[in-house]
Design a protein around this ligand. Sequence first.
Ligand code: NAD
Length: 347
Amino acid sequence: MGTTLDMIGEFGHEKVCFFNNEKAGLHAIIAIHNTKLGPAVGGCRLYPYQSLDDALFDVLRLSRGMSFKNAAAGLPCGGAKGVIIASPAAKTEALFEAFGEAVESMQGKYFTAEDVNTTTDDMNQVMHKTQYVVGRETVSGDPSPFTAYGCFCGIKAVAHKLNGTDDLHGVKIALQGLGHVGFDLAHQLAEAGADLYVSTHSNRKNMEIATREWGAKEISEDEIYGFECDILSPCALGGTINKHTLPQLKCRAIAGAANNQLYDDECGRILCGKGIVYAPDFIINGGGVINAAQEAFTTYNKENVLKQVENIYNTLTEIMEESEQTGIPEGEIAQKLAESRIRFGLR
Ligand code: NAD
């Protein structure tokens, strides 16, 4: 991977804008990757990036991932992402209003939503300045339960690939990150009878509920990569499958909610070589945006959303089958599927 400037060229972004509002404390980037299928949709992440380059690297990868995610799910929208460079402790109404002005200035080409470290409450403040917000409290709400349900459906498809059955009883799953998505997903997996092991960086309260009420067992943050299990489920931050963690892996498959789980495409090739099944992140974690897109582009109907989310099972099954037959990593197959839909304008 070259410089972040090289990345913009290589990924083919349409527009990348930096916003500075000193009074409101806003330093943000909005990256619109592609709008061929429709206005671009992607959440707003708030994170204390160490440098502008770190923020740019993240937003470029995340926005391209949104184009793939939206296209692969057959949604009438393109991909984008916003990042605010700030600590969660620095959140104010003025900050989110300033971000709302930034979104408004994109003239409807970018719809934002909540993401890591932002909430529906924060989006209410963004909406003081723009209408281009999805996942509104009053309509489709928090996308996380839909993301978690899509991951649950995807994990059943992966279990079927490994064991010839969707039944999760006794399937050993190590889940990383008990946040909005991970906590909900852990609950569904526990109810389905999985043998569940969990690690989290914060959210001790969620850990207590998972261990005390659902019978999950706690493992440490470091232990999870080398933990012998059927499925490793990364539900924290991206880039966790990398040259340091790959040699430790003792799982049969990787299937979780986190965006950009693989540090780069080479990691996908290494997983494939090791015979570890990988559920491409932008396929398995599409439930939230499927829900949000219904709100933005059709009349919202929860039953239709759930049907579309459940289809993640079928999409993943087809990708895993093709990977087995061709030896091509699952991520590359998923990317080709998304790219061809974007190229030919297929929804
Ligand atoms: P969140 O911030 O609510 O939760 C993240 C959790 O991960 C926190 O509990 C944190 O303590 C934990 N964590 C961080 N580093 C960790 C580590 N090294 N080991 C163990 N735990 C760690 O975020 P979320 O909304 O649950 O999203 C989780 C992931 O899923 C993110 O990568 C996000 O981009 C992706 N995602 C979320 C949605 C959604 O609907 N929320 C949709 C698509 C993708």
